[in-house]
Design a protein around this ligand. Structure first.
Ligand code: ADP
Ligand code: MG
Length: 242
């Protein structure tokens, strides 16, 4: 399937049209951004690593009955996906307190939450991706009430599947961000990517709060060895799946 025009270039990926209007080709870049793109850099090899990790995780989720946009990985840094209208929401699931949850609530980093917390953020760079209440989300018509309850249950189910999988990799799934979209036939699908850019992943073999970090926090917090950490996640993810 040949690629055509560039549809959109984001911070981490470029979307291209294909011969089929319902299918887009996603090209994963090595570019890294943090803090709403105020911090920019490159993580060498990230495009291929994240594409491979996302591919494996989408295949895992599909096998567990979750509808995703994934079709194929035609090249190491390319993914063919079903084209969707992305809901302008970042669906965040948290198992352990970290990041903005700690900054905004005072919870200590590393506190295990009594149950998973599902949060919705407005995917809007100009506004700084603010945290939404359910009522604000409905007020802004970012999703219908039915979609909201589907997003909530899908996010929790995905969390269960991913926690179990990452545990087998010796990795603790601290939190992660999901994006969902709607197809031309109104089917709700998991879209975008699941990768060390969008998850907090802690190495279970390390207790040191800096050494255990295997995700984009290494880049955000200048912890060093970013490429090694991403590579390590890839190797563990590929090693565990049949
Ligand atoms: P951003 O800078 O917004 O984070 P990315 O570089 O991560 O963007 O990704 C490019 C864009 O592709 C994002 O806006 C994302 O929501 C969108 N996207 C992801 N999956 C799909 C899909 N299946 N169909 C259409 N758009 C998608
Ligand atoms: Mg993105």
């Amino acid at each position: 399937m040949s690629a055509h025009q560039k549809l959109y270039e984001g911070k981490a990926k470029i979307l291209y049209t294909t011969d089929d209007p319902e299918i887009v080709l996603t090209h994963f870049k090595d570019d890294a951004t943090a803090f709403n793109a105020q911090k920019r850099g490159q993580i060498s090899g990230k495009g291929e690593i994240n594409c491979a990790i996302a591919t494996k995780l989408f295949q895992l989720l599909e096998a567990e009955g979750i509808g995703t946009h994934f079709i194929d990985q035609p090249a190491p840094n390319q993914m063919l996906v079903k084209r969707v209208r992305i809901l302008p929401l970042e669906v965040v699931v948290r198992n352990i307190a970290a990041g903005s949850l700690c900054q905004q609530t005072g919870l200590p980093v590393g506190k295990v939450l009594p149950k998973p917390l599902v949060e919705f953020y407005f995917k809007n760079d100009a506004l700084g991706d603010p945290l939404l209440t359910r009522d604000r989300l409905l007020l802004l018509e970012l999703a219908t009430p039915e979609q909201l309850s589907q997003l909530n249950s899908q996010a929790l189910r995905i969390n269960e599947i991913l926690i179990a999988f990452f545990n087998k990799c010796g990795i603790t799934l601290v939190d992660f961000k999901l994006e969902f979209g709607v197809t031309s036939t109104q089917q709700l699908l998991l879209a975008d990517e699941i990768s060390p850019d969008s998850c907090r992943l802690w190495n279970q073999a390390e207790t040191d709060p800096d050494k255990r970090v295997m995700d984009k926090d290494r880049f955000r917090r200048d912890l060093g060895n970013v490429e090694d950490a991403y590579q390590q996640v890839l190797e563990r993810v590929l090693g565990t799946l049949k």
